[in-house]
Design a protein around this ligand. Structure first.
Ligand SMILES: Nc1nc2c(ncn2[C@@H]2O[C@H](COP(=O)(O)OP(=O)(O)OP(=O)(O)O)[C@@H](O)[C@H]2O)c(=O)[nH]1
Length: 717
């Protein structure tokens, strides 16, 4: 195959290196992404985008990192070379994305797996959910197993993409199916340790940004520190939710530890768009110079539901976007002061981060500035009033955050524990000048009264506690292992029970459930896969698992997917409508009436329920009438005259013989037996002696013209 080198046409920041497959572009001499940078750009962490042709790889990259509108991706040409995109020039995160052509051939001798996978942080495999995904699953397995062999530390991420075309039920079913098949393939290859994470994505909504955020976050070693900082910041400032955004890509680098709901995330994304758009109109210089986002950037949007959105610049590429209630925003001085502390802390964290090799963070400055920054932290610790000037000041924590008066109600437990602080302690030892000791002399644990200066501490209802006392007095006990969940351990809560992160596992397969969906079976936690294979039923039509929580139908002990329960007549799903079972088939009522139901012998209309059967014919109840008087016969005694049904009354009047004793009809209904002699008949009670009225049933009698006589009366004559 001979593919020519081409200049990229889509974006000036997009680099094409080499051609596929002759040279994959992995050679170091091709790495000319940053001519200023003497270090080879391969040292940057790398995210690979792989998947079948047209699965949407380039679109994802273009939409997330190059602001391309989703509709424009319709015109993207197929990728036939590896595109290496260094996004660090426009973004805070410092990595390359390699977009692979769909037809990559692992068996080609020029494909250097070692080279590609060695420096890879994450491998994103894109599966087109609107297409038949069996081939993609095969390719996924091949790709991840090869990559895992070279570098087991890669994060394997599967984007089940283009889900905008699927219904909600279909999305869940597709995810479950792909999840199950992919993991089965890995289990068959004894690769159970290889963990795949799955995301439902689309470029037409925020899901792709959310998914990319999570992928990037996993590559950030300082994430727990950032999360802690955000926790402290929001709890001290009365803020409900805060996101640290990479402004250009709108992926969030970190957020506080409360759960992320899509709506809040979308709101904050939209706010960034608004800020950039407005400052492009009003914020640029007359000659068009300047920048739409700079260190002056800050914005407040008040929503009409008493919610406020607050954006502040953190670094050239980072913005903090907060959601808070209007009443909390009245203390804006306090929030701004705390933000100031937060920003300083962030700068310090990045500097520490830059000391680590291969960090995904952009270094904040040279190492000589580290000393200055650490000093400023000390200043903050011991001069909490600086810049804040607020009457609400109540106490100071390590980074000088002021407490919001609502903090107790805002958030419970958080640990004011920052690696940067630890770093300083390790590097310099506990510095305790006289002035410092004075300032901090009454800063003791409220329980054991030991000084907290230079130590980690945790606030409980505004009162600082040393770690030991805090764990002893307030830490929760893990429901599984019955051990205390220490302040520095991740704690998960489910139905008022607390668990260690590592104890929250599936009862059946022992997989961690921290980021998985699960259900409870009695007291046991079960992951959805095990639940499906053990407890859920199979659809009687397609024999596939009926997912718990999905829409289904049950009838006489069998289960169907809602879409599989079809009318045998029109072959459409019957859904919640009434149906009629007939010879192992089911019919919706219209089809049953049209095609299967018997017809009434009287009106010829379909008979769907009840009715009367008489001499192999069926009638609606209301159609089954006396052939003489038209009175309804359903539920009544009746007889027939010829083939026609007849009520007792008409039969007696019109057709029955008369009793020779009482002259009323002998119908056979309720009359008991009757006696017949020659051409005369009697009801049994009427068969008696015409003179002395003695019953003649069972005894001899003597007819005497119209009369019948007993032996005695006959002898009297
Ligand atoms: N409906 C929908 N279409 C999408 C989505 N993402 C991408 N597409 C479309 O999918 C088609 C293929 O997208 P590309 O980004 O070129 O796919 P690719 O994986 O880079 O393809 P190759 O370069 O051939 O490997 C384009 O027409 C996109 O508009 C999505 O989320 N939803």
């Amino acid at each position: 195959m001979n593919i020519q080198y081409e200049e990229p046409t889509l974006s000036s920041s997009y680099s094409v290196v080499g051609s596929f497959p002759k040279s994959f572009g992995y050679d170091l001499e091709d790495q000319d992404l940053d001519p200023e940078d003497s270090s080879p750009s391969t040292s940057q962490p790398r995210i690979l985008l792989m998947g079948l042709r047209r699965s949407g790889k380039s679109s994802i990259q273009k939409v997330v990192f190059h602001k391309m509108s989703p509709n424009e991706t319709l015109f993207l040409e197929s990728t036939n070379k590896i595109y290496k995109d260094d996004i660090s020039s426009s973004s805070f995160v410092n990595f390359q994305i390699w977009d692979f052509p769909g037809q990559v051939d692992f068996f080609d001798p020029t494909f250097d797996s070692e080279m590609i996978f060695k420096g890879t942080g994450a491998l994103i495999f894109v599966i087109d959910a609107q297409d038949d995904y069996m081939e993609a699953l095969g390719r996924l397995h091949l790709t991840v197993s090869r990559a895992y062999k070279v570098n087991p530390d890669i994060n394997f991420e599967v984007f089940i993409h283009k889900v905008d075309g699927l219904s909600d039920d279909h999305k869940i079913e597709t995810q479950r199916d792909i999840h199950q098949r992919a993991n089965d393939d890995l289990a068959d290859a004894s690769l159970e340790k290889l963990h795949l994470s799955f995301y439902l994505t689309s470029i037409y909504d925020h899901s792709i940004f959310e998914a990319f955020s999570k992928v990037v976050q996993k590559l950030i070693p300082q994430l727990p520190t950032l999360e802690n900082l955000l926790n402290i910041f929001i709890s001290h400032s009365g803020i409900e939710k805060a996101f640290l955004f990479d402004v250009v890509s709108k992926i969030y680098i970190a957020t506080d530890s409360s759960p992320v709901d899509m709506q809040s995330y979308e709101l904050c994304c939209d706010m960034i768009d608004v800020v950039i758009d407005v400052s492009c109109i009003y914020g640029l210089l007359e000659d068009g110079g300047g920048c739409a986002y700079d260190n002056e950037s800050s914005a407040i949007i008040k929503l009409n539901n008493t919610t406020v959105l607050y954006l502040k610049e953190v670094t050239k590429f980072l913005a903090l976007v907060c959601i808070l209630r209007e009443e909390s925003f009245e203390r804006k001085g306090l929030i701004d002061y705390n933000f100031h502390c937060f920003r300083k802390a962030i700068h310090e964290v990045f500097e520490v981060g830059s000391l680590f090799e291969g960090t995904i963070w952009r270094p904040a400055g040279s190492s000589s500035s580290k000393q200055a920054s650490l000093k400023s932290t000390q200043t903050l610790i011991h001069s909490p009033g600086g810049g804040g000037g607020s009457a609400e000041r109540r106490s100071v924590s390590h980074f000088g955050f002021l407490h919001h008066s609502l903090s107790a109600s805002v958030r419970g437990k958080f640990t004011e524990d920052l690696p940067a602080w630890e770093q300083r302690q390790r590097a310099e030892g506990p510095v305790r000048s006289a002035a410092e000791v004075d300032t901090m002399s009454d800063f003791n644990c409220r329980n054991c009264n030991e000084s907290l200066y230079g130590c980690k501490y945790i606030k409980k209802e505004e009162e600082p506690h040393c770690i030991r006392c805090y764990d002893r007095l307030y830490a929760n006990t893990c429901h599984k292992c019955k051990e205390i969940i220490g302040h520095d351990e991740k704690e998960l809560m489910h139905q008022d029970r607390f668990f260690h992160d590592h104890c929250f596992r599936c009862f059946s397969c022992n997989r961690s459930l921290a980021n998985e969906s699960f259900t409870l079976q009695g007291d046991a936690l079960v992951c959805s896969d095990c639940y499906c294979s053990r407890f859920s039923s199979k659809c009687a039509a397609c024999n596939q698992t009926v997912m718990p929580g999905s829409r289904m139908l049950e009838y006489e002990g069998s289960t169907w997917h809602e879409d599989c329960f079809l009318c045998h007549g029109c072959e459409k799903p019957i859904g919640a409508k009434p149906f009629v079972p007939e010879n192992d088939n089911f019919y919706c009522v219209p089809c049953y009436e049209r095609k299967v139901a018997p017809r009434c012998s009287h009106c010829r209309k379909a008979l769907t329920k009840g009715g009367v059967t008489y001499k192999d014919d069926v009638w609606h109840k209301e159609c089954f009438l006396c052939s003489s008087c038209r009175a309804p016969l359903a539920g009544q005694s009746f007889t027939s005259q010829g083939d026609r049904p007849c009520c007792i009354k008409c039969f007696g009047n019109l057709y029955a013989k008369k009793c020779a004793g009482c002259n009323t009809p002998i119908t056979g209904f309720g009359d008991g037996k009757y006696i017949s002699f020659k051409d005369r008949q009697w009801h049994q009670p009427c068969f008696k002696c015409s003179r002395c009225s003695v019953s003649l049933v069972g005894s001899g009698f003597f007819p005497d013209r119209d009369q019948i006589l007993c032996t005695d009366c006959n002898n009297d004559d």
